[in-house]
Design a protein around this ligand. Structure first.
Ligand code: LMR
Length: 346
């Protein structure tokens, strides 16, 4: 069971860069959805990562070749290869240690995250059908909304294909901790890079539960009023961006930034170290099948999921309200498989 103390220590250690990377060679990463706004920005950030040897960019949209060529002709970093079309999905994913799937279809004004299931399920399904034969052992990290349903959907599909590994499937929810840190940094007037705030629950308006009572380093704290204000701001951050972008696009740059930070942590683990990532992951400790929070990852996958936190009364009541919503949204993902069984991918 992951203890609060261990988590605090590990987060604090990371904060002070004590993470040890024991061995690292030959890491290939695939980005699916690389021609999307989020995908191309993540690809650029990953091109700067010295732990990656080869970067594979895949998208159904053949402009991915232009993005691939641009990055291939920037000096340094991983070699870049682009792929498009169903026939090229297997070579795009084969031999990758880490497969990242980003949303190709951004949320538009008027849509809540849970209404994105129909838009994002089919591309996820396509990858889930490819992995069993071509790369069953990779870490598979998904950032497509609605995370609370897409992860249960992907798990159930992979389970049907006898390839589900609960230790290697991650819903990326680092955006919530990244925003919590930024908001808190402003409130405390300190550099947010030195702050940690666990954010638990799920990734939809009423399931994001930041634990401002657990700030690290622990000599920082905020008042109850501040915690309530920051929680409200955090929960509406995605919608605020969408409104200010006049409904054309949800957050893409912040998503890319936070996905890149998440991938950096997974790469540290794949290279023989240990790290903590904020992910929506199989986790039975809070009364749901899947749950988002800080989880410990090692070279073979998740080693410990978060299991308990000391919470304020306010945080406890937010969590109590979130749990039935998460359960409903997880069930929606599992149920959705039946609805698409007749789709062209079957
Ligand atoms: C976010 O939180 O910004 C993302 O989930 C993207 C979105 O649709 O809001």
């Amino acid at each position: 069971m992951i203890s609060q103390k261990l988590l605090s220590y590990t987060l604090y250690s990371k904060c002070h860069k004590y993470v040890q990377i024991v061995q690292c060679r030959n890491i290939q990463v695939t980005v699916i959805g690389a021609a999307s706004e989020i995908g191309k920005n993540v690809a650029l950030l990953l091109k700067l990562n010295s732990l990656i040897t080869r970067l594979h960019l895949y998208d159904d949209d053949n402009t991915v070749h232009g993005i691939g060529l641009e990055l291939a002709r920037t000096p340094g970093g991983p070699t870049v290869t682009s792929f498009t079309g169903d026939n090229f999905l297997p070579p795009a994913v084969r031999y990758s240690r880490l497969i990242l799937m980003v949303s190709r279809i951004p949320r538009k004004l008027g849509y809540t995250r849970d209404q994105m299931l129909a838009a994002n399920a089919l591309p996820v399904q396509k990858i889930c059908r490819t992995l069993p034969e071509h790369n069953p052992d990779a870490f598979f990290a998904i950032s497509s909304n609605p995370i609370n349903s897409i992860i249960s959907f992907a798990s159930a599909l992979l389970n049907n294909y006898k390839t589900f590994n609960k230790y290697r499937l991650f819903g990326i929810t680092n955006i919530d901790t990244a925003r919590a840190r930024a908001l808190l940094g402003n409130a405390l007037n300190v550099n947010p890079r030195h702050l940690h705030v666990p954010v638990i629950g799920g990734h939809s308006d009423n399931t994001i539960v930041p634990l401002f009572s657990n700030i690290l380093p622990s000599h920082y704290s905020i008042t109850q009023n501040q915690a309530e204000t920051l929680t409200r701001l955090l929960r509406k951050s995605g919608n605020e961006v969408l409104n200010l972008k006049v409904g054309i696009d949800a957050a893409t740059l912040a998503m890319a930034w936070s996905i890149n930070e998440f991938i950096e942590h997974l790469l540290e683990a794949l290279c023989g170290g240990y790290s903590i990532v904020n992910s929506f992951t199989a986790n039975p400790h809070f009364g749901t099948k899947f749950f988002s929070g800080p989880n410990k990852v090692g070279p073979t996958g998740i080693i410990e999921t978060c299991s308990s936190f000391v919470m304020s009364e306010y945080e406890r009541s937010l969590l109590d309200q979130a749990v039935p919503i998460i359960n409903r949204e997880v069930a929606q993902g599992e149920d959705y498989i039946r609805e698409i069984e007749a789709s062209k991918y079957f």
